[in-house]
Design a protein around this ligand. Structure first.
Ligand code: GTP
Ligand code: MG
Length: 204
């Protein structure tokens, strides 16, 4: 898919304030610092669309971006960020969960996992919650450029081992790097297929 335009629409503190247009929507989720904002910039080819930071906790609101004047990408706060008060952390988590449950045209969530680290408890419990609520999602391993191909294979196998305790069959998985562009075509291809299905479902 060719990205012809990518524009920031608005930041919202709650799903209630999100844009009202009924465009297909795709969310980027995962722990703080996993690379959500960087991945949005990489797949859109707009380096400064979403704000990134070396320190975790940069994205604090639900940010909507309109792509090709026809679909939304959303950048969300990370879960599990330790350096904010528990009350703030809980509020962010509630914001994310309410958004995921209430956003009618959210066709697929991309749940990001840092491939350098093994499966982490808060990732696995978040995935369990997503599964229990039957929300469509795709897993995306991030920062693949930070590992050798041998280590990458090893970490992918470790993740799959842990995931298979919880998932049968495994959810779709994409390996990505915002530095090298790996995974871009896979992510955009999935979005393109969902957009087509969405349009077809709207036909009388
Ligand atoms: P929060 O908004 O704080 O939840 O973080 P985030 O998930 O949006 O992460 P962000 O995109 O801000 O990236 C965090 C840090 O990781 C930044 O320093 C990025 O440059 C770096 N980073 C993100 N993706 C990659 C990647 O694929 N490869 C490498 N090498 N660094 C990355
Ligand atoms: Mg961010």
């Amino acid at each position: 898919m060719v990205i012809r335009s990518a524009t920031f629409v608005k930041s919202s503190a709650s799903y209630k304030d999100c844009p009202k247009e009924a465009f297909p929507e795709y969310a980027f989720l995962g722990r703080s610092n996993v690379g959500k904002s960087s991945l949005i910039n990489m797949i859109t080819g707009h380096g400064k669309l979403a704000k990134t930071s070396v320190s975790p906790g940069k994205t604090r609101l639900i940010n909507h971006f309109l792509i090709n004047d026809s679909w939304f990408l959303t950048d969300l706060p990370g879960y599990g960020f330790a350096k904010v008060p528990v009350a703030v952390k809980k509020k962010w988590e509630k914001t994310i969960r309410d958004y995921l449950l209430k956003r009618t045209h959210l066709l697929c969530s991309f749940i990001l996992l840092d491939i350098r680290h093994g499966p982490m408890k808060n990732d696995m419990s978040f995935l369990q919650w997503v599964g229990e609520n039957q929300l469509p999602f795709c897993l995306v391993y991030t920062k693949s450029d930070k590992l050798s191909r041998t280590r990458l294979k090893k970490h992918v196998a470790e993740y799959e081992n842990t995931l298979s305790n919880q998932w049968e069959p495994l959810p779709p998985i994409i390996i990505s790097s915002s530095s090298t562009g790996e995974g871009k075509e896979d992510i955009l291809g999935l979005i393109e297929r969902c957009n087509k299905d969405f349009l077809a479902s709207m036909m009388p």
